[in-house]
Design a protein around this ligand. Sequence first.
Ligand code: ADP
Ligand code: MG
Length: 699
Amino acid sequence: MSELATRDITYLPGVGPKKADLLRNELKIQSYEDLLYHFPYKYIDRSRTYKIREISTTSSHIQLRGKVVGLNTVGSGKSQRLVAKFADDSGVIELVWFKFLKQIKSSLDPNVEYVIFGKPSKFNSSYNIVHPEMEKVDPAKPKIVSGLQAFYHTTEKMKNNYLSSKGIQKMQQNIFLSFQGLISETLPAYIIQQYKLMILDHALRTVHFPKNSQELQQAQFRLKFEELFYIQLNILRLKNQRSRNIKGHIFSTVGDFFNHFFYNNLPFELTGAQKRVIREIRNDVGTGRQLNRLLQGDVGSGKTMVALMVMLIALDNSYQACLMAPTEILATQHFESITQMLNGMDLNVRLLTGSTRKKQRDIIHSELQSGELQILIGTHALLEDVVQFNNLGMVIIDEQHRFGVAQRAKLWKKNDIPPHVLVMTATPIPRTLAMTVYGDLDVSVIDELPPGRKPIETKHYFHNRRNNLNKFIKTEIVKGRQVYVVYPLIEESEKMDFKNLAEGFEYMQTAFPEYKTTMVHGKMKPAEKDAAMQEFARGEAQILVATTVIEVGVNVPNASVMIIESAERFGLSQLHQLRGRVGRGAEQSYCILMTGHKLGEDTRKRMNIMVDSNDGFEIAEADMKLRGPGDLEGTQQSGLPFELKIANITRDSQLLQHARNVANAILEKDPNLEQPENQILNRQLTKLARQKMNWSMIS
Ligand code: ADP
Ligand code: MG
């Protein structure tokens, strides 16, 4: 394979410097190998030719055979286009071009038969095909495509420079024509044998030029398996190495702080799940292994309490602890609730955020270094280099999905011996994905809510039910409850969104003059934001109109109604997060999703899922099915640490599990991959690591 990797794509027949530049800049394709691994995104069966009269609104791409019987340039300026009439013995259809009019006009020959290929669309009661692929019928020349035709992603820029999917296909063909001999194998022979995989050479040829769908499936299986297998092998090997090499601080005792808190301060009985997770963490930190654990728990499951008690264990062993949260509001709230819960215990706890004053900052920095400061709570400000601990033993990261892997790594380095790290998330990532993205973390789950919580009732209203909604809000406020109204805020349409938010605020003030309505959004100064939040938290304001700044973690147990405006503009996980702001007290809570009447299929599904389910894990799975993992909130923010070329985490989750099992079995027998038959694995891992580095240097 290495030979293909070093062959410059410029020298492939039919490429040349200009196309090579395009391939490099647009698709990062530099070598023969890069091109071979630019896989088709779909295939279309061209074994059948249709008649024009057979075309219907449901036709996707189809193949027709006939002649050009008329040709006209219509319109002018930008809307100028070339329209051809194309006929077979069953009817006529229009072919339309918006680009390259001159070239196409001069190349079309009314005297020969064409096989054309494209997607028909209905226009003024007749059908047309825009920019069809055309090939003259030449009985002397065999077609390059017989069975399934592969389609490749290209970019707008490539298309404008005559480099289409078809062009890429020709290049693929030229690679196989110019490269004699077998493409060398990248998996050990024993794996190929044991799992009856197609050899690489055959798989690559087949994936670009499949003879039939059965063979295609076998080729795809082989390539997907390999892709997922190497990711898992890499993750598992690193994980094993780390647990062997990195020693963690040993927290040998559970002492006075923990016990005092447990017996005197704990405001409620812990749930079974909370107890179990604390036990799991205690086991980890007692062994000398470094804790590196992901704690998943649905919104409201009581992760903060776990965090606090774990930090107390660190303190009992004379270490410092810190808790990092993604927003100022959330960090402040953690600080307040934690200091309150520690009431009566003589502990030094401080808050550090972007808006902490210099004087206070200096105190924090020096107390951290001397070791006087025991618990530091804050935002990204904790990551700054000036923040140096005396002996940091435990790091807790709340709402992990908001932070990237790099940030997690930065906290690691705050101590010579890396601290224990617990990351918490309420955006439950489906197991298969967690395994891939956070494959190096252990996972604990809080799968139980504190007792007495009533499931939140979720309803979907169209805008015309605003009056009913207002009546409902009124009854809830009369009962003493409070109400959130959330508006979307998305950067591209920021201005419009602020207008909506401001209007919503005014509307609520006018509709409920007898109550106090307050507002928070990201553009406010921290002090203003804080004042408004406090007003609501203390119950002085009954209605809070806000953007998604309140999405994570905010805790006002007396609020029982969450109204989400333009709910169609939120993703499922975000809707679930927002909903989690209510249902925190003992009262029945409600979430109302407001949308317009016109909804797409997916949006309708999203609303229904929300109405039907309160379970974050179920919602995350559904979300992944609807949107595909690349778009899953959370993973997108932290970024998948690798790029998948052919496998799909949603669709191939079983194969992922299989690949992981195979990787595990190999590492159990040969942890450092030293056996001769495994050298090929080592080489591939090194190569993949190098590629990843190169990507990150480019982008
Ligand atoms: P999350 O997991 O979303 O971060 P929180 O830690 O904010 O949840 O907890 C939500 C609410 O539940 C808080 O008001 C907290 O005090 C309360 N809580 C946590 N654990 C328990 C428990 N075991 N029993 C009763 N209430 C609890
Ligand atoms: Mg929380």
